[in-house]
Design a protein around this ligand. Structure first.
Ligand code: NAD
Length: 492
């Protein structure tokens, strides 16, 4: 299906290069890779296929700039981040257009992402002047002890395609606020949004070398290897799949880098019999499951309904899902866009076919939408789910809600906690005692109680188990980019 891409108001925000030491550059080899619109498969543009030699330049630039960034006052860093925040908000329409073009999500969702992405710039502009140490009483009467927080150094940041803007600002903003310099390895699927954001950072006055971007597709593993092993890089922050996180963690071990990992999820969404407003639970499930066509790490992946409400919940949820409008994200009224590529769609389709083969029933959607193109999958609801189905244990990353029935609180807690990952969890209950019991019992990093929305800049974001460790956003986000130095004064 073809459609007209809106023109950018500021066409200079469309940049097909990498960014090193304050300049937009080509790869030394001159090689490029293609970036395609997931809705149509049509070419959007090309980006440099950076290799080790380009990454080395970026590391050198970031290392040289660190001698300046570490001395800058918190208040100065704050002002730059505030200016960047304002430019992102002023250019929100263009940034949203780039997101929809390269990621496929509907334009309204892309605009929401820009507001969310900008909120990290604002939040960390406020944190930058407030990076405090401690004064600590000593056991030795002549001693006084203080701690100071220092920027960790050059940081390598690796982000995924599902939030092309928010994953970038959620990492760069705390790094700059702390006084670090960064090299961003942006995703091959969505490099243009990251480039536009960094061009705005440049216009906001971020000094050269503070932010560098390397782009790559075929050379991704080579670029990742260098970023995770070079001794000038002191910190790795990665958001992506658990499998890639495992590889990067092994590589980073050789030089013992400070690391944080935001990895895969498989969130349980539980509705208890005592819930008073079933429609509110349906609304929340629609958001938690189908936002970004199910391509978020905190998406509800396993929906457990206590038996009394099971049939009614399934009926109400499927009625709402059937009203979704699937199509290219730029078209009016479209609520759900394509999946990022055919590989993602194959996985979703295989999980649905596996569930049906093992006895599940499709009550909404359930197939590819070939008329729209090879990456469109109908928003789907399945009932009669059982634990032996792939959907019960694998992250779907697609628009499929599998509904499991359960009988007791003990049963559902056990099921919810049996995943190897533990990023987010959601539940609906009207009993105060149960709310506390379940919030404490679920083994995940973030919980939504009677809500499907859990992400904002003020709130710590991160997981447990194989979802990784470290927290982004919030007052804790900055901790990932500083070290604590202890200074003991003697002879007093
Ligand atoms: P991915 O792991 O394949 O890729 C993520 C990023 O890592 C991309 O930029 C990719 O190019 C890069 N990459 C891949 N292999 C690499 C290597 N060997 N060295 C260096 N970089 C490498 O994940 P994806 O498919 O792009 O994203 C989806 C996954 O990300 C899902 O599992 C999802 O749950 C997870 N995710 C987690 C969070 C979170 O905050 N926990 C947020 C968004 C997405």
């Amino acid at each position: 299906m073809s459609y007209i891409i809106p023109q950018l108001k500021d066409s200079s925000l469309f940049i097909s290069r990498a960014y090193v030491n304050g300049e937009w550059i080509e790869a030394k080899s001159g090689e490029k890779f293609e970036v395609n619109d997931p809705a149509t498969g049509m070419l959007i543009g090309t980006c440099p296929e950076c290799s080790a030699v380009d990454v080395e330049k970026a590391i050198l630039a970031a290392a040289a700039a660190f001698s300046t960034s570490r001395k800058m006052l918190g208040r100065q860093r704050a002002r730059i981040l505030q200016r960047w925040y304002q430019l992102v908000m002023d250019n929100a329409d263009d940034l949203a257009t780039l997101i929809t073009w390269e990621n496929g999500k509907p334009l309204a969702e892309a605009r929401d992402e820009i507001t969310y992405a900008a909120s990290f710039l604002e939040w960390f502009s406020e944190e930058a002047p407030r990076i405090y140490g401690d004064t600590i009483p000593s056991v030795i009467p002549e001693h006084r002890i203080i701690t100071v927080k220092e920027p960790v150094g050059v940081c390598a940041l690796i982000t995924p395609w599902n939030f092309p803007a928010a994953m970038v600002t959620r990492k760069i903003a705390p790094a700059l606020a702390a006084g670090c310099t960064v090299i961003l390895k942006s995703p091959a699927e969505t490099p243009f949004t990251a480039n536009a954001l960094v061009e705005l950072a440049h216009r906001a006055g971020v000094p050269k070398g503070f932010i560098n971007i390397v782009t790559a597709m075929d050379n991704t593993a080579q670029v990742g290897k260098l970023l995770t092993t070079d001794s000038e890089v002191h910190k790795i922050s990665f958001t992506g799949s658990t499998n890639v996180g495992r590889i990067l963690m092994e590589q980073a071990a050789s030089t013992i880098k400070k690391v944080s990992w935001e990895l895969g999820g498989n969130a349980p969404f539980i509705v208890f019999d005592d819930v008073e407003n079933l429609d509110a639970a349906v609304d929340a499930a629609l958001i938690a499951k189908f936002r970004n066509s199910g391509q978020t790490c905190v998406c509800a992946n396993r929906i457990y309904i206590q038996s009394r409400h099971y049939e009614e919940f399934a009926k109400r949820l499927s009625e709402r899902v059937k009203k979704f409008k699937l199509g290219p994200g730029f078209l009016d009224g479209v609520t759900h866009g394509p999946l990022i590529h055919k590989r993602a769609l194959e996985k979703v389709d295989e999980q649905v076919r596996d569930a049906v083969f093992k006895g599940a029933t499709i009550i909404a959607g359930g197939k590819r939408c070939i008329e729209l193109g090879p990456t469109f999958y109908e928003p789907t609801v399945l009932t009669g789910m059982t634990q032996d189905m792939r959907l019960a244990s694998e992250e779907t990353f697609g628009p499929v809600a599998g509904l499991f029935s359960f009988e007791t609180e003990q049963d559902v807690v056990k099921l919810a906690n049996c995943a190897e990952v533990g990023l987010a969890g959601y539940f609906f209950s009207s009993s105060m005692a149960r709310v506390f019991r379940i919030a404490e019992a679920l083994n995940v990093g973030m919980i939504g109680v009677n809500t499907g929305r859990i992400s904002e800049a003020a709130s710590p974001f991160g997981g447990v188990k194989q979802s990784g460790f470290g927290r982004e956003g919030s007052k804790y986000g900055i901790e990932e980019y500083v070290t604590t130095k202890t200074i003991t004064f003697g002879g007093l």
